[in-house]
Design a protein around this ligand. Structure first.
Ligand code: CP
Ligand code: NVA
Length: 313
């Protein structure tokens, strides 16, 4: 009987730096194999349950296509069509679903909900975005940055905009991958205090975005109104005036700086159209890499890290 504890991926810090580097290396390999047309189906007869309590384009398409490419199957579960939307306790749902599938992915509001599901699951659980974190996006983002510019150690990234779930995951990435993050948020939209405390030493805070981008090799932003904040859109647009990533702002970063955005992007709000669609933007590779990074994630969670790549194996 397999007595190894089940590994979950609820936040980037669930993996060690060694594991994260191994995972990204594996994602780069899987991408090359897929592009060469190689068939590789380690998840034959395996099932991924995908629970979505918020909208998605990239996350759903990449997990579903990824499972197909790995030889497995994926199952889309929305609260509208399952008992999850009718008040069945999350613990009971976890107990039942995890007796039938091999891995579960959840997109929801509260981080506590994915933690509760994981605590009652027999199989690995993946956080596919909560209000607190978006760790799957950071796997793709780190992969994209490393493909473009090599190892991140000692370099600087500028986060411009909301202190939201993506900002929190970039803060964790800074600590785990050994780069420095400059965060520029308007007053009242700062990241959560617990994430600030946990990443102290890796992150510097600014109010002035032009100060934060100086010397950055990566400039990254996200929507000013995340899912669930639709009613605050107008107030937020006023609060974030001056935080748009513009060509002039990009010129203050390093000459070969890249622009990243998890998407969906709103041109004319958090990013100017000429930056989004310009030569420094790597957003389409970043979106594609969701597929390759999550294939590597699914493989390690279901099959385990290859020997020697995990200090927690
Ligand atoms: N970046 C991201 O998670 O996109 P979706 O909301 O479309 O899944
Ligand atoms: N911060 C955004 C990310 C979308 C992928 C949101 O939570 O809506």
């Amino acid at each position: 009987m397999n007595t190894k504890p089940v590994r979950h991926f609820l936040t980037l810090s669930d993996f060690t730096p060694v594991e994260l580097h191994a995972l990204i290396g594996r994602a780069i390999q899987l991408k090359a194999m897929w592009k060469r047309g190689e068939t590789y189906e380690p998840l034959h007869l395996r099932t991924l349950a995908m629970i979505f309590e918020k909208s998605s384009t990239r996350t759903r398409v990449s997990f579903e296509a990824g499972m197909t490419q790995l030889g497995g199957h994926s199952m889309f579960l929305s609260p509208n069509d399952t008992q999850l939307g009718r008040g069945e306790p999350i613990e009971d749902s976890a107990r039942v679903i995890s007796r039938m599938v091999d891995v579960v992915m959840i997109r929801t509001f509260e981080q506590e909900k994915v933690e509760l599901f994981a605590a009652h699951s027999r199989v690995p659980v993946i956080n596919a975005l909560t209000d607190k974190y978006h760790p799957c996006q950071l796997l793709a983002d780190m992969m994209t940055w490393m493909e473009q510019r090599g190892l991140p150690n000692g370099k600087t990234v500028a986060w411009i905009g909301d202190g939201n779930n993506m900002c929190h995951s970039w803060m964790e990435a800074a600590k785990l991958f050994g780069f420095h993050l400059n965060v520029a948020c308007p007053e009242g939209y700062d990241p959560d205090a617990d994430v600030v405390a946990a990443t102290a030493g890796s992150v510097t805070f600014f109010r002035e975005p032009n100060e934060a981008v100086k010397g950055a090799e990566v400039v990254v932003t996200d929507t000013w109104a995340s899912m669930g904040q639709e009613a605050e859109k107008k107030i937020r647009e006023a609060a974030f005036a001056g935080y748009q990533v513009t060509t002039e702002m990009m010129q203050l970063a390093t000459p070969d700086a890249i622009f990243m955005h998890c998407l969906p992007a709103y041109r004319g709000l958090e990013v100017a159209a000429d930056v989004m669609d310009g030569a420094q933007s790597v957003v389409w590779d970043e979106a594609e890499n969701r597929l390759h990074a999550q294939k590597a994630l699914l493989e390690v969670l279901v099959c385990g890290f290859p020997a020697g790549t995990s200090d927690a194996a």
